[in-house]
Ligand binder design. Sequence first.
Ligand SMILES: C[N+](C)(C)CCCC[C@H](N)C(=O)O
Ligand SMILES: O=C(O)CCC(=O)C(=O)O
Ligand SMILES: [Fe+2]
Length: 419
Amino acid sequence: MPLARAFFRLHGYLQPISKTQAPLVSRLIRTQNEVKYWQYTAAPQSTSCHWQLQEECLELSYGGLVMHFDYVWLRDHCRSASCYNSKTNQRNLDTSHVELNICPTNTRVDDENLFITWPDGHVTKYNLSWLAQNSYEGQKQSAMQPRIIWNSDIYANAKVSSANWDKFMTCDDELKKFLRNFLLYGIAFVEGVPPTVEATETVTQRVSLIRETMYGKMWNFTSDFSRGDTAYTKLALDRHTDTSYFQEPCGIQVFHCLKHEGTGGRTLLVDGFYSADQVLQKTPDNFELLARVPIKHEYIENVSDHRNHMIGIGPVLNVYPWNNEVYMIRYNNYDRAVINTIPHDVVKRWYVAHRELTTELRKPENELWVKLKPGKVLFIDNWRVMHGRESFTGLRQLCGCYLTRDDVLNIARSLGLQA
Ligand SMILES: C[N+](C)(C)CCCC[C@H](N)C(=O)O
Ligand SMILES: O=C(O)CCC(=O)C(=O)O
Ligand SMILES: [Fe+2]
């Protein structure tokens, strides 16, 4: 029986070893019936590190966290030059060649590293803090995307500043500040932008690549019914996310009101993550339903030259299963398609859950109303913040575009932000 496998049967025997027993290197403990298991701590300088080989994984206590690393995972994540290209950050190892029940033949630690010898003699060195950073237990406790969820008071009190066009176009720090706000709140403004489609495109391209859709690259619309969608009317629009009917909804939406001669037409913004969090706190079962039940959104357009049929499928709340962090919301009651993906006995419960989310989203204290004026460009995280508008009169011209999400996050990371 391989050394580490024995643990499972011996589980009950294991006692935590005291600091005074802590050996400098790994220590083999032999039991009477010659079954072996291993129990270790690191050198005295780093007594916060304890580790044991278990049946199928390494248990590591480090920095106050108990973590588990499966052996096949450890072998697959070997960072030696033959297994991993640290210049390109790509794996050289062919994982299909790793024995799925692989176990270490030898293990030791020094102050900073764990060394594992594999059955074929290959040695892997793991930095302990690298392991800690990449453990499941660590990920479970941290957010992929740190954020400040807001209602209108929280947002107002934060006094988030807008970027300024001139500085924004020339200074990376201004762009970084803007992106930090955008990542934290899901909205951000640039002011002083010339009120033209061209300048809107320029300010947008300072952030990222434009995502061209069937609405065009840059769009510039009035209430002229030119397309088969209520956006092209003067009607009020309730809070929603756009392009919920795409398999990958557009990540970011940009709005610039170039002209409005009339009344009304204010923009409504609501942080969907805040409302989703309220549902999670109050009724976890409803959160679960919204996160697990896939529904369809659909866009069917048949107006003059525009023939489009889009279908997007996914739950209202898209969450990372390991930490329940919401990363994308599809919420558009106008574009929600026929529900035929839910068995009848779940449908009612889904409607109850959807109603609770709607109730949260509609609470006046969660609404942020802004009147977009020429010069003020708004960037909205369309995976997070719902937008809507008040009905209006007169000529209102709104231009904007969508951005590719990956590229926005890429720029943010290149500026040193966590995204
Ligand atoms: C922004 N722009 C006017 C181009 C498109 C509007 C799309 C409207 C659609 N109901 C949706 O929510 O996706
Ligand atoms: O007219 C507006 O302010 C926004 C309309 C809308 O929801 C959209 O264009 O996506
Ligand atoms: Fe919209």
